[in-house]
Ligand binder design. Structure first.
Ligand SMILES: C[S@@+](CC[C@H](N)C(=O)[O-])C[C@H]1O[C@@H](n2cnc3c(N)ncnc32)[C@H](O)[C@@H]1O
Length: 248
C-alpha cells in the first residue's frame, strides 16, 4: 500500500505531540513490560511511541478503518523494529475480548469524540487489571472558545454556542451538502460540558487519581485559563482535560 503524504504528515505531528501529552500529565508511566491499549489510536503514533518506551504489547483500536489501514501499513513499512509488539485493529472496544486485560489504557484527543463515554469507560474498566490505569487527555471541550473543532467555520470564540447546535449543523451542511448530518454526534462530537465529564468520571466506578485542566505551554492558552478560576466562567474557559483513573 502506498502511504499518502497527508497521513504521514499527520503521523509525524503525532510523534511530536506524544511527549507533550505526557508532560501535561506531569510525566509518563513506566511502560516496561506492560500491556497497553490505545483507544482512538488514529494514525498510530502513540502506540508506536509506547512500544519504543518498552511495553510488552500495545493494541491500538479505532473505529476509522481507513486510519487503521494506514497505521498497519506504516507500522510494517517504517517501524518494523516494534511491529511484533504492536497491533492495530478497526474495532469497537465492546467487541474486543473481555479476558484480554491491560495495565494501561490510553486515549489521546479522543474522549470528546466518543459518543457514549459512560459506556466506553465501562468497557475499559472490564479490560483493566486491578490497579490498572486509564490516562486520557483531550480537548478542546465543547463549551470552550473553539470547542466545535472548526465546524462553525468561524474563528470567533464561542461562535458555535451563539449559533446553537442547529446553527452549527446548518453551516456544516452548507459546506458539505453531500453529508447526512442530524446531530453533533454525526460530526463525531459528543458536545459534553466539563461538568458532564466530571460527573461521568465520578460515576464510572474508577478512582480519579488526578484531573487537571487547561494543560498547555502556550502563552495564549495560559492567559485564557485565568478566567477559568472564577467558578461561573470555568465551564467556558476550560479547554482541555487530563485525567488519570484507576481500577480499584
Ligand atoms: C482526533 S482523533 C485522535 C487520534 C489520535 N489519538 C491522535 O492523537 O492523533 C480521534 C479519534 O477517535 C476515534 N474514535 C471516536 N470514537 C471512537 C470509539 N468509540 N472507539 C474508538 N475510536 C474512536 C476517531 O475515529 C478518531 O480517529
Amino acid at each position: 500500500m502506498k502511504l499518502k503524504q497527508a497521513d504521514l504528515d499527520y503521523f509525524a505531528r503525532g510523534e511530536w505531540q506524544n511527549p507533550q501529552f505526557w508532560r501535561r500529565f506531569g510525566g509518563q508511566p513506566d511502560f516496561t513490560g506492560k500491556r497497553v491499549l490505545d483507544v482512538g489510536c488514529g494514525h498510530g503514533s502513540m502506540a508506536i511511541y509506547v512500544a519504543r518506551a518498552g511495553a510488552a504489547s500495545v493494541v491500538g483500536l479505532d473505529l476509522n478503518c481507513r486510519l487503521i489501514e494506514f497505521a498497519n501499513a506504516n507500522l510494517i513499512q517504517n517501524h518494523g523494529d516494534v511491529a511484533d509488539r504492536v497491533t492495530f485493529l478497526c474495532q469497537d472496544l465492546k467487541d474486543y475480548p473481555e479476558d484480554e486485560t491491560f495495565d494501561f489504557i490510553l486515549s489521546k484527543d479522543s474522549f470528546e469524540h466518543i459518543l457514549d463515554l459512560p459506556g466506553m469507560l465501562a468497557e475499559m474498566k472490564k479490560r483493566l487489571k486491578r490497579g490498572g490505569r486509564i490516562y486520557a487527555g483531550f480537548g478542546p471541550l465543547y463549551n470552550s472558545p473553539l470547542g466545535d473543532h472548526g465546524y462553525s467555520q468561524s474563528r470567533i470564540p464561542w461562535r458555535h454556542l451563539m449559533l446553537g447546535e442547529e446553527g452549527v449543523l446548518a453551516r456544516t451542511r452548507a459546506r458539505w451538502p453531500q453529508l447526512e448530518i442530524h446531530s453533533l454526534g454525526d460530526l463525531g462530537l459528543n458536545g459534553l460540558a466539563l461538568a458532564d465529564y466530571e460527573r461521568i468520571f465520578a460515576q464510572s466506578g474508577l478512582t480519579i487519581l488526578s484531573l487537571q485542566t487547561n494543560r498547555s505551554d502556550k502563552l495564549l492558552s495560559r492567559l485564557l485559563s485565568l478566567p477559568a478560576r472564577i467558578p461561573f466562567l470555568r465551564e467556558y474557559f476550560t479547554f482541555n482535560l487530563y485525567v488519570v483513573l484507576e481500577r480499584p
